[in-house]
Write a protein that binds this ligand. Structure first.
Ligand code: FA5
Length: 343
């Protein structure tokens, strides 16, 4: 086959291949297969080796012309395809900078946490220090050390979730009292916040899971007067406005005497509603002078020391502070409810 025949064949094959090339990558492959070291145009150099001296410049020019022709076709196609590819890419990555941004949703404190923090701030500012106790505790710390004998009927006041004969979910934060007494010497000013569990019927004011804050003070000559003064000061700090309270004598085996404290229902302003069981008052805590048997169980001499203790329900206070009508709302995790509370 002559050089001319070969050139014609390469040209027509190249023209077909070029038509089939649809991407810049295809063009790169064509460049290699036609103009590369082992490409079809390069293979024509064989003709120059075997040609006579006077024919060589003519044949060389023919090969160079073909090379130039193929190169310029490839360059034009490459430019066109690169432009097309860039346009497609830009379209697919289209960014509308005028669109409004996505809103970030900030987390908030749960209303029970907000209330708990306010209670702790008030009591800490009055000289109390925070201690904690376990949610799963022994019968001793939850009951026996607190003067509830094994068969004491007062155990029925707090329906208990038992894990075994001796282990239970604590029914109140009073389980911290004897623990703290065992490891500290009076004067003791302690606050114990935490979760409590009772096997009770759930209603708008009571739940099986709730929070309490226990606070107690033990020293020489602590009296009922100290308890009342502390409660007054505490409410003034917590509500930052006058609050109507009511005290009723009550029985708890671990205090003597004992009482319960009610606050005027903020929801119905004392008129009576579902939350306060139409009484106009909501029970928020129990309190009293620590029973000598409890001081003894904690290793403190009741002849020398006395103390008061109180345990308040955090959800009940939160309901009054934020005018929430149903305790179940705290655990339903409804974002519309939770979004309403701010520091
Ligand atoms: C006690 O738990 C005592 N440990 C309180 C105490 C401490 C008395 C120290 C004396 C000395 P009581 O069962 O009344 O007492 O509960 C205290 C408060 O916890 C109640 O006033 C109420 O506010 C809250 N509470 C009790 N049960 C529930 C419940 N099921 N759901 C929501 N809050 C509750």
């Amino acid at each position: 086959m002559t050089l001319n025949d070969q050139i014609t064949e390469i040209r027509s094959k190249f023209s077909k291949d070029l038509k089939l090339a649809k991407t810049s990558k295809n063009i790169e492959h064509l460049k290699i297969s036609y103009l590369g070291k082992k490409g079809s145009v390069q293979s024509l150099m064989q003709f120059l080796k075997d040609a006579k001296n006077d024919e060589r410049p003519i044949l060389g020019k023919q090969i160079n012309d073909l090379k130039y022709e193929i190169t310029s076709h490839l360059e034009n196609s490459l430019k066109r395809l690169l432009l097309e590819e860039e346009t497609i890419k830009l379209k697919s990555e289209h960014l509308d900078v005028t669109l409004p941004g996505r809103k970030h949703h900030w987390g908030r404190y749960h209303p029970v946490t907000l209330t708990l923090n306010k209670i702790l701030d008030a009591l800490i500012s009055m000289g109390f220090a925070v201690e904690t106790g376990p949610d799963v505790d022994s019968d001793f710390y939850n009951f026996e050390g607190l003067n509830f004998a094994k068969d004491h009927p007062a155990r029925d006041m707090q329906d208990t979730f038992y894990i075994s004969d001796d282990l239970l979910l604590r029914t109140h934060t009073s389980n911290v009292q004897v623990r703290v007494m065992e490891k500290s010497k009076p004067p003791i000013r302690c606050i114990a916040p935490g979760k409590c569990f009772r096997n009770e019927t759930i209603s708008s004011r009571s739940h099986v899971f709730f929070h309490q804050v226990e606070f107690f003070y033990i020293d020489e000559n602590v009296s009922f007067v100290d308890l009342f003064a502390t409660i007054d000061e505490f409410f003034a700090k917590l509500f930052k406005k006058p609050i109507e309270t009511r005290f009723r004598p009550s029985f708890f085996p671990f205090v003597e005497p004992g009482m319960e404290c009610d606050i005027k229902c903020e929801i119905c302003k004392g008129q009576g509603c579902r939350l306060c069981k139409d009484s106009g008052w909501l029970e928020v805590f129990g309190a009293g002078m620590i029973h000598p048997n409890v001081l003894k169980a904690g290793g403190i001499d009741p002849e020398k020391y006395s103390g008061f203790a109180a345990g308040l329900g955090v959800e009940r206070l939160a309901m009054l502070m934020y005018e929430i009508k149903d305790i179940r709302l705290f655990t339903e995790n409804d974002i519309r409810f939770l979004k309403q509370f701010d520091l």
